[in-house]
Design a protein around this ligand. Structure first.
Ligand SMILES: [Zn+2]
Length: 477
């Protein structure tokens, strides 16, 4: 029995409905414009980030970000940068949403046997976005059912831990004629498969990744348990879809591709996240002893990480020696070494390791955070501020850099700058409400110079305006 993995979550808005109801032809461009899509995209991200199941791990995010960028650059996409978030959920899933937002489950990453398999799923989702499938789908729906689709999307996104809630939302949507949607999406699935394969090929991946991934799904996976929601069961990967892809693949030459070691390390990390730290340690030890693993790199990284979490520091360091002996260099290995040293309170050694790692990988965010934390801990506050300011120019939407800046400013008792940075940190974590509260405190702090004062005042107005726009669009949903 095949499982259906790809599905949409529908987030729709009808804010420009009143004046622009289209008569005939292509609805998509008139029902929702780029501006509305952006607002909805931000709303989705706000909702997602309120959920505790969102995974915040800078190394996993950076890996996926680089992979996604590679694929987007090989696609026709020309809008603002695509956004994505990772849901820590062992079920296999990926979904494209309005506003250029892609959601990925850790279960999907873990079950991919190669980078090309994972890239094939992301390419498929990017294709849904470049082909504007969701706005086009909206054109086929009745206005009244929009709200229900919004509800369906939210339920599926946020209530994964509560299947009953999701079931309720599904029943409601079925009453509103989901069949229309399914008929429409079958065509879309075909198109997304076709476009996705082109993206995969252009980006230098093995196009067979797409069919390999279907096979991976058929085999099932030890990490993917639990019942498939009825919505997915009614929307399967059909044999027609598979043979369509297989035919298409004959047009492409055979290509062997070596996976980036980071792919295996990311999987190794997720494996530890998804299980109890004691039992995973035992399992990994036995896998390595009996050589029952898919990839040794990933398995060894995973075990070293499990040792760290179990506070078996010397065993963790011992495990890392294996990589050194094999001359495998990777920032994730360096970062693991740093984390072990910090945890066992070997601060001087850790500091040296951070400095060296940053020299080799100057834009690796994990190292930037570590060095800033270290400087703050050493009370080298001015140095920390200078360092973080430089990086806030490069990563100007990174909430962690702003959070660390706020910490450093607070130790220097610079209140205006402290609240301003904290506000930006909340803003880029998609918490607009708290961002406004903090920016308001920045405006009211008395210690800013003229330039800083006018900057925070202008920014507060901007944030308030953004909130007004969201309120209006929400009220119109
Ligand atoms: Zn799809």
């Amino acid at each position: 029995m095949m499982k259906k993995i790809f599905f949409y979550i529908f987030f729709v808005s009808n804010i420009c409905f009143a004046n622009e109801l289209p008569d005939l032809g292509d609805y998509s461009e008139t029902i929702i414009g780029a501006h509305e899509e952006k607002i909805i995209g931000t709303q989705i991200l706000q909702q997602a980030h309120q959920s505790s199941s969102i995974l915040h791990d800078v190394e996993i995010e950076d890996y996926l970000h680089n992979l996604t960028n590679k694929l987007v650059n090989s696609s026709d996409y020309s809008g603002p940068g695509l956004k994505f978030f990772v849901v820590n959920d062992r079920s296999i899933n990926a979904f494209a949403m309005l506003g250029g937002v892609i959601g990925l489950h850790t279960g999907l990453i873990l079950s991919s046997n190669s980078e090309s398999e994972l890239a094939s799923v992301i390419s498929h989702e990017i294709a849904h976005i470049t082909q504007r499938h969701i706005p086009r789908l909206m054109g086929k729906l009745q206005r009244d059912s929009f709200k229900s689709y919004l509800g369906l999307g939210l339920a599926l996104l946020l209530a994964r831990s509560n299947p009953e809630l999701a079931k309720g939302a599904l029943t409601a949507s079925q009453a509103l004629g989901v069949q229309t949607v399914l008929d429409f999406t079958r065509e879309n699935e075909k198109e997304a498969d076709r476009v996705g394969i082109e993206i995969l090929h252009k980006a230098g991946f093995d196009v067979r990744g797409s069919i390999d991934f279907f096979k991976t799904l058929q085999k099932g996976n030890q990490y993917s348990i639990g019942a498939t929601p009825s919505f997915l069961r009614t929307h399967p990967i059909t044999s027609e879809r598979i043979s369509d892809i297989e035919n298409r693949l004959t047009e492409y030459p055979y290509k062997q591709r070596l996976d980036d070691p980071s792919f295996h390390f990311v999987k190794g990390k997720i494996k530890v996240f998804l299980q109890d730290k004691k039992s995973i340690k035992k399992q990994l030890q036995s896998n390595l002893k009996n050589k029952t693993y898919v990839n040794e790199l990933g398995e060894r990284y995973s075990l070293a990480y499990a040792y760290l979490l179990n506070e078996n520091f010397s065993q963790a360091l011992e495990e890392l020696k294996w990589f050194k002996n094999k001359k495998i260099k990777n920032p994730m290995i360096d970062q693991l070494n740093i984390q072990i040293l910090l945890k066992k309170d070997d601060k001087d050694k850790a500091y040296k390791a951070i400095k060296n790692a940053l020299k080799e990988y100057p834009n690796y965010r994990a190292f930037i955070y570590e060095l800033a934390e270290y400087l703050i801990y050493k009370k080298s506050i001015n140095e920390a501020i200078k360092f973080l300011q430089r990086y806030s120019q490069i990563f100007n939407s990174d909430p962690n850099i702003y959070r660390l800046l706020a910490k450093a400013y607070s130790l220097n008792e610079k209140r205006t700058l402290q609240y301003e940075s904290l506000a930006e940190s909340f803003y880029y974590s998609y918490n607009l409400q708290e961002a406004i509260i903090q920016m308001d405190m920045a405006v009211r702090a008395k210690d800013g110079n003229f330039y800083e004062k006018s900057r925070v005042e202008a920014r507060l107005k901007e944030l308030q305006r953004e909130k007004e726009i969201y309120e209006i669009s929400k009220a119109n949903l």
